[in-house]
Write a protein that binds this ligand. Structure first.
Ligand code: ACO
Length: 325
């Protein structure tokens, strides 16, 4: 018995931006992007596809699958770094849209780790109160936070949203097995959002090209591989499980080379690793719930399967989660 995922959903913006399209925007090539990142295409949010709007669409699907009414949700969390407003939170906008009138709602700012941090919070709330129902969403429109002249970053990221409804189950052997999450603010300069908007004259930055992601790609790569590996090994240590016990691995879809390195180091069987980074790029907090929803809808998950999730993102933030489906 434990905290289980009752339903999942996802929403991808309609417009696809391929590597060939990017060749017309910055000095790059399809071949370079594919060999360095594995990415072929990503989605870009347009009219009616703000972060809260795609989050809402994903949430509705998850509620529908779970058979849970919006009024039954007690807590609504959105992992995001790209809400269209800083206040109110994206979570409050989603709450209003779906009518989750009995929930309290807030965002988790943990970059790519936002969804797994949200699952951790949900698990603890539900363990404390078995009647609690939590809606956790990962949603981003990072296309609005990129410098489209910086070929280091604009080729990597994309837009999308995924959601999960969580609650308690009395079924033996099902639920969240363990979580192992970490952060290290000392390394913030390697990946951050430049220039939060300000109207305070003392805080204004003279050279302000707008809010955008800055990244030291090579350094991020190194830390991401090591951190994901350590958090998984740490989680196995905590739970007494090993890679042999894992049926499916749903990693943060950062880029193919990072994922291949982590898989190699931990001897993950290739056929157990879920990959969709080639289609959507890195959608930050949304990659895991989108991949989870696709896997779930493809009936690749059976009750009792052990599913391993791992993530790494700006902050730095990272971690791993094990769930018995
Ligand atoms: N197209 C063509 N050439 C490029 C591009 C591009 N888009 N970007 C950089 N280059 C050039 C560079 O200018 C450089 O040229 P030079 O040798 O003449 O100076 C050369 O390619 C190599 O550049 P590097 O930055 O060293 O390329 P690298 O092999 O490290 O690949 C990449 C860059 C893909 C960003 C890689 O570092 C990476 O994957 N990092 C991880 C980043 C990541 O996944 N971040 C996501 C957020 S955190 C997370 O989710 C884990």
């Amino acid at each position: 018995m434990g905290t289980v995922i009752l339903g999942t959903g996802s929403c991808l913006p309609r417009k696809a931006l391929t590597n060939f399209d990017l060749e017309k925007i910055v000095d790059t090539s399809d071949e370079w992007i594919r060999t360095r990142t594995g990415i072929e295409s990503r989605r870009i949010g347009g009219k009616g596809e703000k972060t809260y709007q795609i989050a809402t669409a994903a949430a509705r699907q998850a509620l529908d699958m779970a058979g849970v009414a919006p009024e039954e949700i007690d807590l609504l969390i959105v992992g995001t770094i790209s809400s269209h407003m800083l206040m109110p939170s994206c979570a409050c906008f989603v709450q209003k849209e779906i009518g989750a009138v009995n929930a309290f709602a807030y965002d988790v700012n943990a970059a790519c780790s936002g969804f797994l941090y949200g699952i951790d919070i949900a698990d603890k709330q539900i363990r404390a109160d078995h009647d609690f129902k939590v809606l956790v969403i990962g949603a981003e429109t990072l296309s609005s936070r990129l410098n489209w002249r910086d070929r280091n970053t604009c080729i990597v990221f994309g837009d999308g949203a995924g959601a999960a409804v969580l609650g308690h189950s009395d079924d033996d052997g099902r639920g969240v097995i363990g979580t192992n999450h970490c952060s290290d603010g000392r390394l913030w300069q390697l990946l951050y959002m430049h220039n939060a908007p300000s109207t305070n004259p003392d805080l204004l930055v003279a050279d302000n090209p707008g809010v955008h992601i800055v990244m030291e790609g090579r350094e991020v790569f190194k830390y991401a591989v090591k951190a994901m590996e350590d958090s998984i090994v740490g989680l196995f240590g905590k739970t007494g499980l090993t890679m042999a016990d894992v049926d499916l691995i749903i990693p943060h879809q950062a880029n193919m080379r990072i994922l291949k390195k982590v898989a190699e180091r931990l001897e993950m069987p290739e056929e157990k690793v879920v990959l969709n980074v080639m289609n959507y790029g890195n959608t930050s907090a949304a990659t895991i719930p989108i991949a989870l929803d696709e896997t779930n809808r493809a009936a690749m998950l059976r009750p009792g399967d052990t599913v391993l999730f791992c993530t790494f993102g700006g902050g730095f933030t990272w971690g791993a989660t094990l769930i018995s489906w």
